[in-house]
Design a protein around this ligand. Sequence first.
Ligand SMILES: Cc1cc2nc3c(=O)[nH]c(=O)nc-3n(C[C@H](O)[C@H](O)[C@H](O)COP(=O)(O)OP(=O)(O)OC[C@H]3O[C@@H](n4cnc5c(N)ncnc54)[C@H](O)[C@@H]3O)c2cc1C
Length: 428
Amino acid sequence: MLDTVSYVCRLVDMSSSNKNDNIIEVEALIVGGGLVGLTLGITLASVGLPVVIIDRVNPQTTITPEFDGRATAIANGSARVLKGIGLWEAINSYVCPINDIRVSDGDSMLFLHYDHREIGNEPLGYVIENRDLRLALLERLYSLDNLTMLAPTDVSSITRNSSGVSTLTSDGITIRSRVLLACDGRNSVLREEAGIGVTRWSYKQTSIVCSVFHDLPHNNIAHERFLPGGPFAILPMKDLTNRYRSAVVWTDSNKLMPGIISLDDESFVSELMIRFGDILGSLELAGPRWSHPLGLSHAKKYVDCRFALVGDAAHAIHPIAGQGLNMGIRDIAALAEVLIDARRLGLDIGSPNIIGEYERWRIFDNLLLAFVTDAMNRLFSNKIPPIRAIRDVGLGAVNKIAPLRRDFMRHATGTMGDLPRLVRGKPL
Ligand SMILES: Cc1cc2nc3c(=O)[nH]c(=O)nc-3n(C[C@H](O)[C@H](O)[C@H](O)COP(=O)(O)OP(=O)(O)OC[C@H]3O[C@@H](n4cnc5c(N)ncnc54)[C@H](O)[C@@H]3O)c2cc1C
């Protein structure tokens, strides 16, 4: 993990600031300093745009080990974005490359194997602990003069009109900007206040996440095992303590998971072993467990007057394919490209045409992925014999047909479609 001591963010700590009538003028205000908001702020500020990020949570608490135990699979396309915004150096020693992915269906003999060498020399993706990514983002934020984070603070009121946006924080700071970018997560209050509807449903499933030490090396292989209650994923992690380590994302029904999370360590590991099998030898818990109830939400539109939704505020999906943050990073790359290109031409970055271009670029792609992950979960999270037979034949067929398999792999790496410059590895 990164050294927390070196964390000194140029952050205005609102809990101790004096509450004068301050006015800040910037080009973009980002509400929500999660992984998406921070990455977006850094992307825009690194090419000269003055930006403020506000978050209701003090970032110091978000980098404590208790805050978020997740490790995220970053697709290769997203890794290119993180490289393009100067973040890679800080996280390079903490990421674990995923070279192969092995997908299986319960105890079926048919499986699907992705080998990165079939589509080039780069890994299919990388696994990083959310905490390490957050620390690197906060450190990068500190190095950018035109990026300021105000936290902890909340939004009191927002006025948007054709000439600009004026946002008042709960601490009496007024922030004037050309555009307001909502990165406030799946339950976005800004989305609701903008009157943007959302399609949503619950999966009636919960994911338990944890990390484990194991006896045998993971060989940079990620495993996804489809079980009747939900997918069981094992992600290779960087070994930092001379012990082999992997992250587990274990999804099952809401009925089962409260009982599982409350088991003592020994019984929990026994349950894990049943699903894990012996591919990595014996297991030991490497830290606490967290649980996340799962649901899908997709905003009916992404933009409004001088306003855009980004990341989970626009779309939150099932983690079955590890794509939620990757979608958010592609949003960031596309939005940053349209905003920066407009600014280079001297245009108003908050005008409807500009932010509308972002929506047109991203909404279909995100909707499609939301649909695909939803369909995958429905198809695989059951044990109905005819459905099982069909999906196993499908897995086996994709595994046998090389061009199809390579196409699937390129989709998983996030390098297919109409890609923003940063995702193609080009400068912004
Ligand atoms: C179990 C699980 C496993 C996952 N695995 C993967 C994976 O392997 N790969 C992948 O790509 N994705 C994965 N995801 C998805 C990924 O975690 C999310 O897509 C991503 O974290 C969303 O980030 P965000 O910044 O948009 O939202 P959030 O992380 O929800 O951040 C929102 C931020 O906004 C702030 N905020 C909210 N309201 C306000 C307000 N009114 N004022 C100020 N601030 C506010 C919050 O404090 C927070 O900091 C997984 C998700 C789950 C549940």
